[in-house]
Design a binder for this molecule. Structure first.
Ligand SMILES: [Zn+2]
Ligand SMILES: [Zn+2]
Length: 82
């Protein structure tokens, strides 16, 4: 079984987290227009692979650029301080 497979509660938590953040990136504060919402991604504060909970409190909305930069180590942001 792949570690990346997300059960439905994670999919729902991602959507709820993105809706709570109004589809605005938590890093650069770019807000996606309605037709651009697919460019906003839910980032797990505690990774799912590290037993992060499937709740919206564990999700922040990030634009694709910031999300990619964060995971490639280009952004050094303390998420817990957001
Ligand atoms: Zn961003
Ligand atoms: Zn992420």
């Amino acid at each position: 079984m792949s570690k990346n497979k997300r059960p439905p509660e994670h999919v729902r938590a991602q959507r709820e987290g993105k809706e709570r953040d109004e589809y605005m990136c938590s890093f650069c504060h770019k807000q996606a227009l309605e037709e651009e919402r697919s460019s906003i991604q839910g980032h797990h504060i505690i990774q799912y692979a590290e037993d992060g909970p499937a709740t919206k409190d564990n999700i922040i909305a990030l634009c694709k650029e910031c999300h990619d930069d964060y995971h490639s180590g280009k952004l050094n942001i303390d998420i817990s301080a957001l």
